[in-house]
Ligand binder design. Structure first.
Ligand SMILES: NC(=O)c1ccc[n+]([C@@H]2O[C@H](COP(=O)([O-])OP(=O)(O)OC[C@H]3O[C@@H](n4cnc5c(N)ncnc54)[C@H](OP(=O)(O)O)[C@@H]3O)[C@@H](O)[C@H]2O)c1
Length: 268
């Protein structure tokens, strides 16, 4: 089976390199910007989208949402000729949008995250109206190469954008606060970065391996009048939890806005 990837930026490259390393599929890529597709092992680079679409049984669309409309317009004729399954990872663009522009093509929509770069993504997958269970199965197999997958209804994809999709950005933000606090305390940059990254990594591993919920785990690590409690009381005093909840709510609203902006054609 041949898989073509359109857009070889952060996500396209991460997905392409992972799936090519398995030798399960022939992988082809195309990107506007040639340098990004240089020096790649086991990935065939093609000169244009036409060649990729006409020679792939699955096309993974990994370009920015604002580039999707023109890409589909320019290339729909090749999709309709070869009829590959289209897997889109573009945030906010619905399966219905693709279904209306590419009549008869099977569509799968996926929301991965940046941890795909180290094969630790959490990817939510849903199907369009024409896709079958076998299309979900093959998508699951592909995205399992870059981390964990969860098959769900499409209504959850924009919601997931505000949790797992944008989540790495929130976590880097919190890591940066801890890193800068470590510098203030006198640690050098190298140690401070290692200390923070390993604390997140170890805590995440602990949380994943435990049946307990996060609240209970936090309670268990917080002794009365201890050092953790001193920090958590301060976070509570300034209502950090409602600030974070509001931020996530705004992220979800933005995902819905993007969806409206880029898929408005589907209502016309
Ligand atoms: N990054 C994340 O954390 C994340 C998480 C979940 C989902 N996503 C989704 O994944 C998609 C890709 O995101 P990204 O961060 O990988 O973006 P990116 O790094 O900007 O990569 C997109 C690449 O596609 C190229 N491109 C644009 N139009 C093209 C066309 N018509 N044909 C071929 N190549 C084209 C771009 O080239 P130019 O720069 O020259 O335009 C760029 O190299 C987005 O739709 C995003 O919503 C991203």
């Amino acid at each position: 089976m041949s898989i073509g990837i359109v857009g070889f930026g952060n996500m396209g490259r991460a997905i392409g390199q992972s799936i090519a390393s398995t030798d399960l599929w022939e992988v082809t890529a195309y990107d506007n910007y040639k340098v990004k597709t240089n020096n790649l092992k086991k990935i065939k680079i093609v000169k244009n989208a036409k060649e990729l679409i006409l020679n792939s049984s699955i096309v993974i669309l990994a370009i920015k949402p604002h580039d999707v409309g023109s890409f589909i317009k320019e290339n729909s004729v090749y999709f309709l000729k070869n009829k590959p399954t289209l897997i889109s990872i573009a945030a906010g663009i619905t399966t219905n949008y693709f279904q209306k522009s590419l009549k008869g093509i099977k569509i799968i929509r996926v929301m991965p995250n940046l941890a795909a770069t180290v094969n630790e993504s959490f990817s939510l997958i849903c199907k369009g109206t024409l896709s079958k269970k076998s299309d979900l199965d093959i998508s699951k197999k592909i995205f399992s190469q870059i981390g964990q997958v969860f098959i769900t209804e499409e209504s959850y994809l924009d919601k997931a954008t505000s949790i797992s999709g944008s989540g790495p950005g929130y976590i880097f933000y919190f890591m940066d606060i801890m890193y800068k606090s470590a510098l203030t305390l006198g640690f050098n940059k190298k140690i401070a970065k290692k200390m923070v990254a390993q604390t997140f990594f170890g805590t995440s591993k602990l949380a994943k391996s435990s049946e307990k919920d996060f609240e209970q785990l936090a309670r268990e690590v917080t002794s009365k009048k201890g050092t953790t409690e001193a920090a958590l009381n301060t976070f509570e005093k300034y209502n950090l939890s409602s600030i974070v909840k509001e931020g996530i709510g705004n992220s979800y609203m933005r995902a819905k806005e993007i969806s409206k902006i880029y898929t408005k054609n589907e209502r016309s």
